[in-house]
Design a protein around this ligand. Structure first.
Ligand code: PEP
Ligand code: MN
Length: 341
């Protein structure tokens, strides 16, 4: 349920509504908009949730039931687009944000460092690289763990790029949050609710990938788990990265068509991962261009100085020259739709 306060509502009136919600045993989240305050009533509560109880309180404009299964992520709760701000960078604004880097951080630091330099030269603001890898096979390279985080932190010092990396386990959240700027939740963990709650509590920006068998409703309910623990500033960036369907000509079926759907249903920004959707480097540039033309707020792209030797996802990693060419083309497409990179 959403309680929209009048633009003229006093803070005392808002406090009165909050006290009433709490007295019924419910939780709440407040969206202090520019024009008015909106309060979202959450949880199971102990009392009966009756619209009339709130409608009669002074300062209340209207009380609405949210029809969608997700609440905090919904446009009903927050009408204006959320812009996630991280160290001078805005995700969800006019400027697209590009993240690039290797799939995994490897022991040879120069691999990730060279990716970072090339990414920066071509306009990327954020370096990606996995230190804890969610590998489908237990025998595949699992990542360097904290040593990988240290390499990422050093490269941030050297290049000024911000860092995004995946956290795969609730127990590692504090450690990973100490080193990096954005916590990535991978497709395989999108419905790991304890992990979502834990990353939410850090209040750090969370890049939430779509599970490859998740519906949009399920994805946005996963976002609600993070948002519920975020406090007043929503800090979730959605990321489409391909889903499972019958066709296996690409690694996943590219869900680029979800971008305008997300735009309509939620206030959260969305960025796109063309690399994991395609699975083959040959398709990545076209996939990336489609996303920019289709209104994505940013891209996360895998690159490697020598893809054939990469410890993970070499087949979908772009060489530096392919990445540089793509970056130029993306700038042209972005400007054609009134945005920039
Ligand atoms: C990754 O970004 O390297 C990754 C494992 O992505 P996903 O969770 O989308 O498979
Ligand atoms: Mn990868």
């Amino acid at each position: 349920m959403i309680i929209e306060m009048r633009a003229t509502a006093t803070s005392k009136q808002i406090q009165q509504v909050i006290a009433r919600i709490k007295s019924l045993g419910f939780d709440l989240q407040i969206n202090e908009g520019v024009k008015r305050t909106v309060i979202c009533v959450l949880g199971a509560g102990t009392g009966v949730l009756d619209k009339g109880v709130f409608e009669v309180l002074p300062g209340v404009e209207q009380v609405l039931r949210i029809q969608k299964p997700y609440k905090l992520a919904s446009r009903d709760f927050k009408k204006t687009n959320t812009v996630v701000k991280i160290g001078g960078i805005e995700i969800g604004g006019k400027q697209l944000v590009i993240m690039a880097g290797p799939c995994s951080v490897e022991a040879n630091k120069s691999i990730t460092l060279s990716c970072a330099r090339v990414a920066k030269q071509n306009g990327a603001k954020i370096l990606r690289g996995g230190a804890f890898k969610p590998r489908t096979s237990p025998f595949a390279f699992q990542g360097l763990g904290e040593d990988g985080l240290k390499i990422l932190a050093e490269i941030r010092e050297e290049t000024g790029l911000l860092i995004v990396t995946e956290v795969v386990d609730k127990e590692d959240v504090e450690l990973v949050a100490k080193y990096v700027d954005i916590l990535q939740i991978g497709a395989r963990n999108m419905q790991n609710y304890r992990l979502l709650t834990a990353v939410g509590k850090t209040h750090k920006p969370v890049l939430l990938k779509r599970g490859f068998s998740a519906t949009v409703d399920e994805w946005l309910m996963a976002a609600d788990y993070v948002l519920q623990n975020n406090g007043p500033s929503p800090n979730v960036i959605l990321c489409n990265r391909g889903i499972r369907a019958f066709d296996n000509s690409t690694r996943f079926v590219y869900d680029v068509g979800v971008i305008p759907v997300i735009r309509q249903l939620t206030h959260l920004p969305i960025i796109t991962d063309p690399s994991h959707a395609a699975g083959k480097f040959q398709y990545v540039p076209d996939y990336a261009k489609m996303a920019v033309a289709g209104g994505t707020d940013g891209l996360i792209i895998e690159i490697h100085p020598n893809p054939k030797e990469a410890l993970s996802d070499g087949a979908q990693s772009l060489t530096f020259s392919d990445y540089a060419r793509l970056s130029k083309e993306l700038k042209i497409i972005a400007s054609a739709i009134g945005r920039s990179i």
